[in-house]
Design a protein around this ligand. Structure first.
Ligand SMILES: [Zn+2]
Ligand SMILES: [Zn+2]
Length: 383
């Protein structure tokens, strides 16, 4: 029996053309109208049941083939607000937008897996093909969940993947447990009382209070987060006054927090609030913290990770102890609802993701698509 990778490789030209078409027409999060229409049209051509507008621009395809397990396969569809510098024939035709994270490739891989599963039907169960909008900070996974994704399309397991520059094509990497960090952005506004730079005694200087807060925040990871946990708290913005002789009325600090569990995210937020408010009060100022969780930590289910790693190992080289990364991925919200796993798949020797010279490697299409198809055949075997 030929492997899914071999079968899908026979359609390489067709799917590479689809990938390049999506690449040339990148759309930002929750605005993926053309991409979603293209996905829906391709699924219909394959004879697959299609549901559009799930979580704004999300699309779900359904392949039913018996009463076995219900498997969700998820790909993201959105591009980034940046200018492409690849100079390729299929480069972006939309100014200031670019598929620099390879979501054009993920969408194409899931389409190729859909074609394979629909044609071969070597599984017993239901496959839900989840084309998610807005992964890059637009809240697309939550939008689909709030739209009843798993109530309308129940899944026993859900799988996703992301291309990885620098990893050879055909190779996969994943790990059980926390694999990608939860991500939060925050703002702290310190309100003092401005005045003349020569008469600080008549002011409540928010620059001094804000500076003390920046210093004190360094104690959160060092003194509150247990040493065996991993977390990052970075202050990356400090917006204060704009004159040499004016003490500003208020300053604004901002930055990012990363951690590998909800509990640690909450602990860091709690400590930040206490420090910001307490330190500011000590200076006679006041401070407010706005802490926004963009993605929850991505946690791979042990059983699902084993299944995905075994499927990957049957197709090629696999690193089942892939190191966790501090980057975030909003598929994590789906993994909070349904057990599943997420893998990195090799994109070969390309520029890094989010780089203006990045391009998804078409040679990876059959490998990623084949992996998604293979995990369905493994987890919902034909009886
Ligand atoms: Zn990205
Ligand atoms: Zn991405």
């Amino acid at each position: 029996m030929t492997s899914p990778v071999e079968t899908i490789a026979q359609w390489q030209e067709e799917f590479a053309a689809i990938r390049r078409d999506i690449h040339a027409h990148p759309e930002l999060g929750l605005e993926e109208h053309r991409t979603a229409a293209l996905v829906a049209a391709k699924l219909r051509e394959m004879g697959i049941e299609v549901h559009e507008g799930v979580g704004r621009t999300g699309v779900v395809g359904v392949i039913r083939n018996g009463n076995g397990r219900r498997i969700g396969l998820r790909a993201d569809m959105d591009a980034l607000p940046m200018e492409e510098e690849t100079g390729l024939p299929h480069a972006s035709t939309h100014k200031g937008r670019m598929h620099a994270c390879g979501h054009d490739g993920h969408t194409t891989m899931l389409l190729a897996a859909a074609r394979y599963l629909q044609q071969t039907r070597r599984f017993d169960g239901t496959v839900h093909l989840i084309f998610q909008p807005g992964e890059e900070g637009a809240g697309g996974a939550l939008a689909m969940l709030e739209d009843g994704l798993f109530e309308r399309f129940p899944c026993d397991e859900v799988y996703g993947l992301h291309n990885r520059p620098g990893m050879p094509v055909g190779q996969a990497g994943l790990r059980p447990g926390p694999m990608m960090a939860g991500v939060a952005f925050y703002d702290i506004v310190v309100q003092g009382r401005g005045g003349h730079g020569a008469r600080p005694e008549a002011t409540v200087d928010p620059v001094v209070a804000g500076s003390a807060i920046v210093g004190a925040l360094q104690s959160v990871v060092a003194r509150n987060v247990p040493a065996i946990e991993r977390a990052v708290l970075s202050v990356t913005r400090f917006d204060a006054g704009n004159a040499y002789n004016v003490i500003p009325d208020r300053v604004r600090l901002g930055g990012t927090v990363r951690a590998f569990s909800r509990t640690m995210m909450e602990l860091v937020e709690q400590r930040m609030r206490a420090i910001a408010e307490g330190v500011a009060a000590g200076f006679g100022a006041s401070a407010t913290l706005d802490f926004r969780v963009l993605t929850t930590p991505l946690v791979n289910d042990a059983g699902a990770t084993e299944a995905l790693a075994a499927a990957a190992a049957a197709l090629g080289a696999t690193d089942a102890d892939f190191p966790a990364v501090m980057g975030g991925e909003d598929f994590a919200f789906m993994l909070e609802k349904v057990p599943g796993a997420y893998a990195m798949v090799g994109n070969g020797d390309t520029a890094e993701v989010h780089h203006p010279k990045f391009d998804f490697n078409d040679a990876a299409i059959p490998h990623g698509a084949g992996l998604l198809a293979a995990v369905v055949e493994r987890q919902a075997p034909r009886v």
